[in-house]
Each structure stands twice: as C-alpha cells, then as structure tokens.
Design a protein around this ligand. Structure first.
Ligand code: ADP
Ligand code: ZN
Length: 680
C-alpha cells in the first residue's frame, strides 16, 4: 500500500490534511465502513480519492450529478490520476476508454451515476474491475425525507452486499434523522465508523446590514469585488432579473436564475457559472444543488433567508477552496414580516410552524447579534468558540445601550392600543407626534403619548426592528401586520429581565468603494496576470479554471513568487503532474522568462535530491577540466547525476557501483561528490 501522505504531497500538492481528513482517510484505508459528515468545502472528495489511490483495484464513486462527476474526473486527470466516469453524458469513445482502462487494470476511480445500479451488468462489471471500495458522495440522497431524494440511491445497499467490500459515505447534512436513515439504508443498520466534523468555515467572512436601498448596497458590494465569482440570492423571482440587469449596467458579467425558467436556460446558467471566471448569478434559492464550484468568492443575500440553516447552507457555497470568501446579508422589518407570513400562511401542521418560527428566530438572533457573529452562529449549532476576528462585528464592534426602558415603553404603547398597530403609528405615539390618525383615535390622551422623546424616530425604528429580531413582538397575520407581544417579552415588561440593544445600525452609505483584493495591492497585478494565464490554459483545454489551479494556489504564487520549479513545487495545490505541465508557464509569468530546466532535473523538483543534484552539477562543471583547469574535458549526464543524487552513496566504491563511473571519472569527481553527499 502506498503512503497516503506521500500521495497527498505528490499527486494533490497539498502540504497536509485539513482538519478531520486524516482520521477519515485512515478509517477508509483500513477497510472499515465509514460515514463522514463534513461541512461543504471541508474536503470530502479527498477522503475517498486518496484511499482509492493507495489501495489496489478500483474504487467506485456514486455521485448524483453528472456534470459534477465529469468535472471531478477532469480535475483528477489533470493531477495525473486514472479516473473515469460512466454516465449517460458519455460519448461512445469515452465509455470505450473507461472499459479499456478497466481491462488494463489501470483505472483507480470509477464515477457512476446511481441510475447505472439498476442494471445487473453493473455489479458484474464492478466485480470484473476488482472493485474494492464503494464511495458514496452526497449520501443524504438516500433519505426519503430530504429534498434531494434519489430512488436509485436505495440500490447502493444491495451493491455493497453483492460486492462484499467496504463502503464510505459522505454528506454535509448532519441532522439526526438523515444520519439514521443513511445507516439503515447503506449499512444495513450496523453503525459504521462515524466522523462528524465541526461546522466552522473560518475563511468565510460574515456580515449583515440593515436594508437601506438594497439595490445600491448590493451594487456597492459587487463593485468592491469586481471580477470575482459571486451569487446574489433574492427572495422573489422578479427581483433576480432586475438586479442582474443593474449589475450588467454597472459593468459586471451577470445573469439571473430561478425555478420558473426553462430547464435548458437553467442548465445554461449553471454551466456558464461553473466554467466562467468572475460571473455573477442573481438567483432564488433554486440555484444551488447543481453547482459545485470551489472558487465562489462571495455570496450576498439581498433579502433575509428563511432560516438559520438555509443561511448557513447558502453562504457555505462560497470559499470551498479554503481561500478567503465574503458574505453580506441584508435584512429589515419587511423581511421579518414576509418570512413570518410565509410560515403562518403555509400548509404545515402547527408543530412544524412552531419549529419554522424558531429557525427563523435563530437567524434573526444572528442578524441582531451584539457580539461576534460566528460565535452566535456556531452556538446555534451547538459549538463553542472564541471571537473569530473575521466578521463585521469583530471588525467594528457596535455601540450598545441598555434598552430595557425603551423596550418597556414600546411594549406599553403596543398593549395600550390593543395590539392593533404597526411600528409607524406606535412610534408616533412614543415621540408624541399628533398626526391625524393619532387624534382620530384619541391616542394623544394615552399615558404613553410622548414618553419616548429621548430617542429619534429612526432610533425607535431600530428598537422595533430589534424587538422583532429578538421575537419580543411579532406581526399579527390576522391584523395586517399589527404588532403583538410574545411571551418572551413578559419578563422584560415585568422588570425581571434587562435587554441590551445596538444603537441604530443603518450606516450612512459611503459613496466611495474600497476595492477588496485577495492579495496586497503590490501583488494584485501579478495575481491578475496569473489568472489570465489560467484562463487561457483552461479555455484551451475546455475545463473550468479551477481544474488548472485553485484560486488559493494562484494567491500563494502571487505572494511567495516562486522563482524556480523547486519553489513552485512547494506551493499548495501544485502536485507533480501539474508542475510538469503548468510549472514553467506560470513561472514565466512570475519571473518574466524562466530558465528551462532539464527534464531529468525536473523530475526531482521539490525534493531534497533536487538540491543535491544541483550541487553535484556545480561540482561537475567546476571540475570540467580538472582541479587546475588543464585536464582532459570530462562531464556527466543529468541521468547519472540524478541516480547519484537519489541513491546518495557514501564511499567511493559505492559511488562507482551506483553510477558506473569508471576509474578516470572517479578520480576526477569522486572525492568532491562524496563531500556533497556526506555534508548536510
Ligand atoms: P466538499 O467537502 O465540499 O466535497 P471538496 O472535496 O470539493 O469539498 O474540497 C474543497 C476544496 O478543498 C477543493 O478545492 C480541494 O482541492 C481542497 N482541499 C481538499 N483537501 C485539501 C487539503 N488537505 N489541503 C488543501 N486543500 C484541500
Ligand atoms: Zn467574529
């Protein structure tokens, strides 16, 4: 069995495992049934790809989406791995090639759509191919209760019984019911080795803003990230078209996407997004399942999502490659009203509605958080953490005030007017504005009239919004959105509990846009040049840009500026195969024009032997005409030097045996070589 760490370096070019990966790889390598639950972007694929390469025979990978399978196969091939897919999207030649690779015993990974499992030929094929491991991607597709149920996934359990090989299942869906269903359906109810990786995605920056001219807010956010791939989520289909239009008018490549579009048009957008670098898609939540793009640099919500789970999943589509990604979620009282109404007017039974309201509350609590957002988010998922330093509240802590008095005044205004009015009218009462409506209803005679003059109308607006956010008051669906008090407010009203709120969080929109780049200003031009090179190579090979190199790899190149292939080999994501095909191209971007390296020497790039090779070559050159420069010209071929550098003989006789030098060359180079070989 090959050493997984060595393959991790050589094939994938990664310096180490991501958190959680190593244990999973071990378990799969040891042939144990394994269930791994990892957040999107956690690096699930590696957990079956690496064991597949270490083990003999073929690993079959069941995955639900053809386009994604094809991309994974492309990415693996680009890294020099023998992988193939059998899908309905194959050309005959492609299928033929896969069969050939199986017959030659070359194939390591065979991707397969679940539909294939319906055919009895499949298990025969897999047996013939010496399939020794089944990997199931998106394993939650076996769950009949989930959104992504795929009936053919139910056949996987049968396949496992037929082949009698271990099975490794992967998913990002962590809830108990789904997990239990996976165990029943894929593992016949015998608990597999289970790994649950935490929820944190530290590279994703979290931010919320109170809605205030949302279109401008989104345009400003996009302008600061020009040229980066992003998604804008909207709550309504019509808004996606309008916003995409506005983005195009501002000079961004952008298109819209929603569930009401023709299937063909939707696929077109999906594949453009997958392939094009820097496209923005403005979409409803229908956009998601079909995308598997690791280099989405930002996600913005122009409307509040429906729950904290939905929020987490949607922002989680960004930054899967581990490079920095940014998010912005807009929200306001109207969003809260809309989401509450959606739940109340839905057809779900009462307990389900109750649960949906609490999930929405989770998100509103996050929106109105007073401290680190990530802490608040992770706490919701049951994890504790330190303040993160990568969210808007860590960047600029908000001004807080004890709002107990203000909230009690507001509650009192609500109760004294029979829970029949919206925030606007209630604020008029509190600040003592004698409008027509106030006088008509005699509200200027209430004891609460004018008791809130210490706060401005805008500040009261913020208090009411936060009261909705903390679920102290809710819009009454029966009374056109009049606010009613909830039980959560009683302790505050009775003086048993205090509450802290933020000062108004509507920040004056600054007109200047601070451009956010992924690297320092000095390195930005180099990064663009590297991206241009990547685009050209990707287009020539008709693969998505990230198949050539991930963003993070280019960022590292721009920052570290490797000047030799050895340095280049140290960059994350540069494995042996990619070094060979792309190394010089990217070096020449970094260094102007790079020295071509001898192909024999290139094989040692990034290894210690490469260093030794260089020193041996130096010695050889300096002794070309002997110590005193008068001897007979003598040199050694790179192949010989490579052999010496790799075997590292330590005596003259070893040296002679390893390199077959003969007495004359031993005399000329022997001692000097041993000096190199035995030093350091
Ligand atoms: P998911 O868990 O969502 O399926 P992927 O397997 O697509 O995630 O991995 C996400 C990204 O992380 C990919 O770009 C992959 O190349 C990268 N990645 C995975 N493992 C590592 C690692 N050990 N070091 C660096 N990058 C990694
Ligand atoms: Zn934080």
């Amino acid at each position: 069995m090959t050493d997984p760490i060595e393959l991790l370096h050589r094939v994938f070019g990664f310096p180490g495992f991501r958190p959680g990966q190593e244990e999973i790889v071990r378990s799969v390598l040891d042939g144990r049934n394994t269930l791994a639950i990892m957040p999107t972007g956690g690096g699930k694929s590696l957990c079956f790809q690496l064991p597949a390469l270490c083990r003999d025979g073929v690993t079959v990978v069941i995955s639900p989406l053809i386009a994604l399978m094809r991309d994974q196969v492309r990415a693996l091939r680009a890294a020099g791995v023998e992988a193939g897919a059998l899908t309905s999207g194959n050309t005959e030649a492609e299928t033929e090639e896969v069969f050939q690779a199986i017959d030659d015993g070359r194939l390591k990974l065979l991707y397969m759509a679940p539909e294939r499992l319906a055919s009895s030929a499949t298990s025969q094929l897999l047996r013939r191919a010496k399939c020794n491991l089944i990997a199931v991607d998106e394993a939650h597709c076996v769950s009949q209760w989930g959104h992504d149920f795929r009936p053919d996934y139910l056949r996987i359990g049968e396949l496992r019984r037929q082949l009698q090989v271990p099975l490794a299942a992967f998913t990002a869906t962590a809830d108990e019911e789904t997990r239990a269903e996976i165990v029943t359906r894929l593992f016949d109810g015998t608990a597999p080795e289970t790994f649950l990786r935490g929820f944190d995605r530290p590279n994703i920056h979290l931010a919320f803003e109170v809605k205030n001219k949302p279109r401008e807010q989104i345009l400003r956010f996009a302008a600061a990230r020009k040229g980066q791939s992003g998604i804008v989520y909207c709550a309504a289909r019509a808004r996606t078209e309008v916003l995409a239009q506005a983005l195009r008018a501002a000079g961004h490549p952008a298109c819209h996407y929603h569930g009401g579009m023709e299937a063909d048009d939707r696929r077109e957008v999906e594949s453009r997004f997958q392939r094009e670098d820097g496209l923005i898609v403005v979409a409803t939540v229908a956009f998601g399942m079909g995308i598997d793009k690791p280099d989405i640099r930002w996600v913005a919500h122009s409307d509040l999502p429906k729950s904290i789970e939905a929020y987490y999943q949607e922002i989680g589509r960004s930054g899967r490659d581990g490079a920095p990604a940014e998010t912005l979620t807009l929200y306001g009282p109207e969003d809260i009203r809309f989401r509450r109404m959606q739940i109340d007017e839905g057809l779900a039974p009462a307990d389900r509605k109750f649960a949906d309201h609490s999930r929405l509350n989770g998100l509103l609590g996050l929106a109105e958080a007073t401290k680190c957002r990530r802490q608040t988010l992770l706490r919701y998922f049951g994890e504790t953490s330190e303040a993160c330093g990568n969210c808007d509240l860590c960047d600029a802590p908000p001004t807080l005030f004890n709002a107990t008095e203000a909230v009690r005044k507001a509650l009192s205004a609500i109760l004294r007017t029979g829970e029949s009015y919206g925030a606007g009218h209630l604020i008029d009462i509190l600040v003592g504005r004698p409008t027509q409506k106030i006088r008509d209803r005699g509200h200027d005679y209430l004891p609460t009239f004018g008791v809130g003059r210490e706060l401005s109308v805008a500040a009261w607006g913020a208090v009411f919004r936060q009261m909705m956010g903390h679920d102290l008051v809710r819009p009454d669906p029966e009374k056109f959105g009049a606010l009613v008090m909830t039980d959560a407010a009683r302790p505050i009203l009775r003086g048993e509990k205090e509450i802290t709120l933020r000062r108004d969080t509507i920040s004056a929109a600054s007109s200047s846009v601070a451009i956010k780049t992924l690297v320092s200003e000095d390195d930005a031009p180099l990064l663009s040049a590297l991206k241009a090179k990547r685009r050209a190579l990707a287009e020539a090979a008709t693969v998505p840009a990230y198949v050539v190199f991930a963003d993070r790899t280019l960022i590292e190149m721009a920052e570290l500026k490797p000047s030799t292939l050895d340095d280049m080999a140290q960059i994350t994501g540069v494995g042996a195969k990619k070094l060979e095909i792309y190394g010089l191209e990217f070096l020449s971007v970094i260094n102007g024009v790079a020295d071509p390296m001898h192909p024999v020497r290139m094989k040692l790039a990034g290894q210690q032997a490469g260093d030794v090779f260089d020193r041996l070559a130096e010695v050889t050159q300096s002794l070309y005409r002997g110590d005193d420069g008068t001897g007979k010209p003598m040199s050694l071929s790179p192949t010989v030097l490579k052999r010496i550098a790799e075997r590292r003989p330590t005596t003259l006789s070893d040296l002679d045996r390893v390199a077959n030098l003969g007495p004359a060359k031993i005399e000329r180079f022997g001692t000097a070589f041993l000096n190199v070989l035995t030093s350091g």
